[in-house]
Write a protein that binds this ligand. Structure first.
Ligand code: IMP
Length: 545
């Protein structure tokens, strides 16, 4: 039998080597750890600014299962989340639906402000009122609604059971329920629904928990369980068709001792934003994000001081920043969190047009290493295209990552899916500094879903500007399904990555990076090519199932 070269080398080497000494030899003869520490990695004297694809982390030792990796992390000085995922305040990304579902999954959605003050406040209210499994804004009809109108509602909404209340609104006395069966064969279409509605109602009292409500619903054999207050006023509804969907969300983002989800919203720094903030606070806001592409301004510093003084219970996230100097100014003004990124967003052309900005990895490292000294958590905002980018943002010192484009294609983002030019299912995604979005601001049109007046963010343009200079583009992103599947995938991916690095939590990751035990490696262009799929004739990149 032929002896292979490698085999002969191995056998001659094994004769003289004591394997049991491998760890001892490593310790005594290789005092320098493999790879480089973060400071060496980011030292811009060695190269220019770096971004996510320019480096990798080296693997460590796996001594625990991935599911045990904790992703608990602060988003502000006072508020901790169970997952590090934050959705961008953009009108194609975060309205109440995204904010609710990402909070249920342990993250945070920042509601955009390209809409009227009242619309934004209503979205905050919906997040605060949301109780998993309870429909808190059901369609309610009045006793004068006709059978024809009830049938038309079914056509419009696709479901047919509606509570009937005295005033035709929520929080008014419940008098009956109309179901598709009640109206299906009723020929006199002009009859009021009171002629056919069911009045033998099974209801439950406000305060009941979802488990009990589901038990009553199952026993009752009815389609809907109205929840009423002590006066019989309709408060919410539990639906049989939702029974299976009423999942338990153990990671849901809530303040200690609160049953409500945490609500965050963005505002600008103009005088009228103070009115906006008051409405948001009245609606139950917990965190305000001051939305500016260059946060180190007189206006933002004054706004931070104003918010901290007038609303001590509200946490303020300032930004955006990419340098220590910018961060220091906002920290000195009193921010509870910082948002890092300028020009890294997927729909962003700031660096091209303004010639100002910074590569994202360099920005994150410089800002977080400074902010850490003051206990101010940072959000790595923009440029996240995959799980690896998330882990890198966190390893560089960010506590959370903010995502726009990667979440814009999910079911929970605003807007409808449509078929794109290549026949794929897509959704619209636009930078808030795109001409489209800025013209909506000027015209007061607000988000795709709203007819707002008094709208307008000041993130990318000032009122006096005669020419709008775009800092973003508008386009489409492909369908990513529901975030109830996508975010758990991101979470599992981050847990597996941390397991490979050999750390059991985000806290251990940050500590390991600071003390130099988590090691890095720069990636050349050819190393990057090697790290991607290559040499295949064709392939299908399915990310999770
Ligand atoms: P993405 O996750 O890479 O799509 O980046 C989202 C981030 O891009 C947002 O959170 C904002 O910080 C930033 N952004 C949003 N709109 C614009 C724009 O028009 N120009 C530049 N940056 C933008």
């Amino acid at each position: 039998m032929p002896i292979l070269n490698g085999d002969s080398m191995a056998s001659s080497a094994t004769n003289s080597v004591d394997f049991s000494k491998a760890l001892e030899v490593l310790k005594n003869e290789y005092p320098e750890r493999d790879g480089i520490d973060i400071k060496t990695l980011l030292d811009s004297k060695n190269h220019g600014g770096l971004t996510y694809n320019d480096f990798l982390m080296l693997p460590g030792y796996i001594g625990f299962p991935a599911v045990e990796v904790s992703l608990d992390t602060p988003v502000t000085k006072r508020i901790t989340l169970k997952t590090p995922f934050v959705s961008s305040p953009m009108d194609t990304v975060t309205e109440h639906n995204m904010a609710i579902f990402i909070a249920l999954l342990g993250g945070l959605g920042v509601i955009h402000h390209n809409c009227s003050q009242d619309e934004q406040a209503e979205m905050v209210r919906k997040v605060k009122r949301f109780e998993n499994g309870f429909i808190t804004d059901p369609i309610v009809i009045s006793p004068t609604t006709t059978v024809a109108e009830a049938k038309a509602l079914k056509e419009k909404w696709g479901f047919g059971g509606y509570p009937v209340t005295e005033n035709g609104t929520l929080r008014s006395k419940l008098i009956g329920i109309i179901t598709p069966r009640d109206v299906q064969f009723h020929d006199n279409l002009d009859d009021p629904v009171t002629a056919v509605m069911s009045t033998d109602l099974i209801t439950a009292r406000q305060g009941i928990d979802l488990k009990e409500a589901n038990q009553i619903l199952t026993k009752s054999k009815k389609g809907k369980l109205p929840i009423v207050d002590e006066n019989g006023n309709l408060i919410s509804l539990v639906s049989r068709s939702d029974l299976m969907k009423n999942l338990h969300y153990p990671l849901a983002s809530k303040l200690p001792h609160s049953k409500q989800l945490i609500a965050a919203a963005a505002i600008g720094t103009r005088p009228e934003d103070k009115n906006r903030l008051q409405k948001l606070v009245d609606a139950g806001l917990d965190i305000v994000v001051l939305d500016s592409s260059q946060g180190n301004s007189l206006y933002q510093i004054e706004m931070i001081k104003y918010v901290k003084e007038k609303y001590p219970g509200i946490d303020v996230i300032g930004g955006n920043v990419v340098t220590r100097d910018q961060a220091a100014a906002l920290i000195a003004a009193g921010v509870d969190g910082l948002r890092i990124g300028m020009g890294s967003g997927s729909a962003c052309i700031t660096q091209e047009v303004m010639a100002v900005g910074r590569p994202q990895a360099t920005s994150i490292f410089n800002v977080t290493s400074f902010a850490r000294r003051f206990g101010v958590p940072c959000i790595a905002d923009g440029g996240i295209q995959n799980v690896g980018h998330i882990v890198k943002g966190l390893a560089l010192g960010a506590s959370t990552v903010m995502m726009g484009g990667i979440l814009a294609g999910t079911t929970e983002s605003p807007g409808q899916y449509f078929i794109g030019q290549d026949g794929q299912l897509v959704k619209a995604y636009r930078g808030m500094g795109s001409i489209d979005a800025m013209e909506d601001k000027k015209a007061g049109a607000g988000s795709a879903n709203s007819k707002a007046s008094n709208a307008g963010t000041a993130r990318y343009f000032s009122e006096g500007d005669r020419i709008l200079v775009a800092q973003g583009v508008s386009g489409t992103v492909r369908d990513r399904g529901s975030i109830t599947k996508f975010v758990p995938y991101l979470m599992a991916g981050v847990q597996h990555s941390l397991q490979d690095i050999g750390v059991k939590s985000l806290t251990e990751l940050r500590q390991g990076v600071v003390d130099g035990s988590v090691r890095f490696e720069l990636r050349t262009a050819s190393a990057q090519a090697e790290g991607n799929v290559h040499g295949l004739h064709s392939f299908d990149k399915k990310l999770y199932s």
